[in-house]
Write a protein that binds this ligand. Structure first.
Ligand code: ZN
Length: 312
């Protein structure tokens, strides 16, 4: 049994490194060894970096990997003595996910690099429907693809092979956990190695409409609050409630921009904004006391004729 690759060493991070440190190390190395930058020489290194990140960036895979590493150390220590049971660990990170989807996440381009790994084989076409929340956080989509591989029994050399019936090839379902990067666009196509193409469809959302990285919504504000100004607690697309400040004398139709509360921007740490268009409404229930106050206001203003504008 070969020693497992040291993904921590490959990324140059400590075993206790947090997600952020791992991501930063990966981004730095991936840019450095990207084949478009470092050429053919960097390819192997680039693949290795991606493989390491693919595992260490996913809490579940990282836990499995850590466990496997501990198991390996244990195995090494024990297997020298006689009479101990031999334990084998199968570890193939390529079965978990494919790094080419990650590549899209990082470099936001359909660069020449991914294409080098493509073959002429037919690719499965799948559509994956995502909620806007999944777009915000990113998602992992399990996908099983039927692949064809060389017959492992006869390697295509036996016409009477019982496994492949002499075809030389066997079908093999492969499972992928496809990483959908945060901020993915509606209609984006994610490549799953050479095996499949996943077309992203983003479902409509009840509260927000997407406009690039921005989220657009209507915010109901009561007339008294719009008049005096104040604060409202709102629920963003994901995460905890946030406080919105309504400036005094806010008119119907005013757009409030909440910076950084939009969707993640692909290939950057930044996020778009949330744009809330104010819709004024009267308090409910509208009480006798309310009536009295509004009558008093009405008396002050003495409005006469009305202005008319063509609708925009
Ligand atoms: Zn065969």
């Amino acid at each position: 049994m070969a020693a497992p690759k040291d993904y921590y060493k490959i990324l140059g991070v400590d075993e206790k490194a947090d997600e952020k440190a791992i991501k930063e190390a990966f981004r730095r190395l991936a840019r450095q060894y990207h084949p478009d930058v470092s050429g053919k020489a960097g390819e192997e290194k680039f693949k290795e970096i991606n493989e390491a990140y693919e595992v260490l960036s996913d809490p579940q895979k990282r836990a499995e990997y850590d466990q496997m590493r501990r198991g390996y150390a244990f195995h090494q220590a024990r297997s020298r003595g006689p009479g101990f049971q031999r334990v084998d660990f199968d570890w193939n990170p390529r079965d978990f996910a494919d790094w080419s989807t990650l590549f899209e996440d990082l470099f936001q381009s359909d660069g020449g690099f991914s294409r080098r790994w493509q073959t002429d084989g037919a690719q499965a076409e799948e559509t994956v429907r995502l909620t806007l929340e999944q777009v915000a956080t990113g998602a992992t989509i399990p996908l099983t693809v039927n692949t064809i591989r060389e017959c492992p029994v006869c390697h295509g050399r036996d016409r009477d092979c019982p496994r492949c019936g002499g075809l030389g090839q066997v079908a093999e379902p492969r499972r992928f956990d496809v990483k959908v990067p945060p901020g993915v666009e509606d209609g984006a196509v994610l490549r799953v190695g050479d095996y499949a193409r996943l077309k992203v469809e983003v479902e409509p959302h009840a509260r927000f409409k997407r406009q690039g990285d921005d989220l657009i919504g209507e915010l109901m504000v009561s007339v008294p609050l719009a008049a005096t100004g104040g604060e409202l607690s709102i629920l963003p697309l994901v995460g905890k409630p946030v406080t919105v400040t309504i400036p005094p004398h806010t008119n119907h139709g005013k757009v409030l921009r909440l910076r950084g509360l939009g969707l993640p921007r692909r290939g950057s740490q930044q996020r778009g904004d949330m744009l809330l268009e104010v819709t004024l409404r009267f308090p409910e229930p509208f009480t006798a006391a309310d009536d009295e106050h509004y009558q008093a206001l009405r008396a002050i203003h003495h409005e006469g004729g009305g202005e008319i504008h063509a609708p925009r």
